[in-house]
Ligand binder design. Structure first.
Ligand SMILES: C[S@@+](CC[C@H](N)C(=O)[O-])C[C@H]1O[C@@H](n2cnc3c(N)ncnc32)[C@H](O)[C@@H]1O
Length: 340
């Protein structure tokens, strides 16, 4: 069986970085590292204290003799100040329980632990999981699970961790999620986490910028408007926090990133529908078939005449298409249709 991560070929090991200090402005510099003379990874506008992260990230990778794997979305964060901002967005403080998906070299984990959190870190890459375990030997502060997040039973892991942390007055505590996740599992992560308002109060994710914008902006009446927008707003209040230029990652991705904070709703605050499963089944059907009118795409639920009547009943034109309906409109339509 080939190793999950390919060892660095000898001619592709990371060379010691060359550092150029710009004379102006004095507080900022530009550091350039060349794994090969033909390839250049540059970190611009990072403050002097972030150089540590830059060097330690490469040192950690070198210590494993590993080259970042594209299939695992391994773009490591080089700026400790961005990691601190991520923790700040989630307001991490002493005693918090935090889930981190994909800790990588543990640079964000370190910031979370320094802020006082207990971290449950889930890492798919066995080499990186071993690295994080070695870096944080205190298993009371950092618990590392070597698993694929999209397949693990996160709910049971978190529930037992939170039970140990229950406050003396018996009040339940909520965990938080803070993660720089691989871009290719963003939608899966959001779909898994947002309905968990019973254990998480907020989910702070570093996402591809385009995905972040699409998840937060409603884009009603555009082809960008999808069932996932209905899903996100059903379970949370999303907020675009800040953009992260691609130059802050190693290796540098082809796109910029951005931080989104999802404040999770609790079940009592979800829009009132008779069945969440049947609601999302209707929403998904509504969006099948590009630019189809609802009176056609929902025909498997009831007749077109009944759908037209239901649309008019909730104050919408009989010719409505899914991209014209807000979450509230879908909720009202579902209520009327399920009574037919
Ligand atoms: C974008 S890197 C971020 C690493 C680190 N958090 C940082 O900020 O430098 C994504 C990390 O997620 C891990 N990963 C990829 N797919 C995963 C999955 N399905 N479950 C858990 N971890 C995964 C990768 O191995 C990698 O360490």
């Amino acid at each position: 069986m080939p190793s999950l991560l390919q060892p660095l070929p000898p001619n592709l090991s990371f060379a010691p970085p060359r550092t150029r200090v710009r004379p102006s402005p004095p507080a900022h510099n530009s550091t350039t590292i060349s794994p090969r003379s033909t390839t250049t990874f540059a970190v611009k506008n990072t403050k002097t204290k972030n150089e540590d992260d830059y060097h330690s990230t490469l040192k950690a990778l070198n210590s494993q003799g590993r080259f970042p794997r594209k299939s695992l979305g391994q773009h490591y964060m080089l700026s400790s100040s961005i990691n601190e901002q991520l923790a700040g967005v989630a307001d991490i403080k002493e005693g918090d329980v935090v889930l981190e998906i994909g800790p990588g070299t543990g640079s964000l984990t370190n910031v979370l632990v320094n802020a006082g959190a207990t971290v449950l870190a889930i890492e798919k890459d066995p080499h990186m999981a071993a690295l994080v375990r070695k870096r944080f030997p205190d298993t009371h502060r950092v618990k590392v699970l070597e698993e694929d997040f999209t397949k693990c039973h996160i709910h049971s892991h978190l529930v037992s961790l939170l039970r140990c942390k229950k406050s003396p007055d018996g009040e339940s505590q909520y965990a938080k999620v803070v993660s720089n996740i691989p871009f290719n599992i963003s939608t899966d992560v959001v779909k898994l986490l947002l309905p968990m308002g019973d254990i998480f109060s907020e989910v702070v994710l570093l996402l591809q910028e385009e995905t972040a914008t699409r998840m937060v902006e409603l884009s009603l009446r555009t082809s960008e408007y999808r069932p996932v927008n209905i899903f996100i707003n059903f379970y949370s209040d999303p907020e675009f926090k800040f953009k992260v230029p691609r130059s802050n990652f190693f290796p540098q991705p082809k796109v910029d990133a951005a931080v989104v904070k999802f404040r999770l709703k609790q079940a009592a605050d979800y829009p009132s529908v008779s069945s969440i499963k049947s609601f999302f089944s209707m929403v998904n059907s509504a969006f099948t078939g590009k630019r189809k009118m609802l009176r056609r795409s929902l025909q498997h639920i009831c007749t077109s005449l009944e759908i037209e009547a239901a649309l008019e009943n909730v104050g919408l034109p009989a010719t409505s298409r899914p991209e014209e309906l807000t979450l509230d409109d879908f909720v009202k339509l579902h209520t009327v249709i399920t009574k037919i």
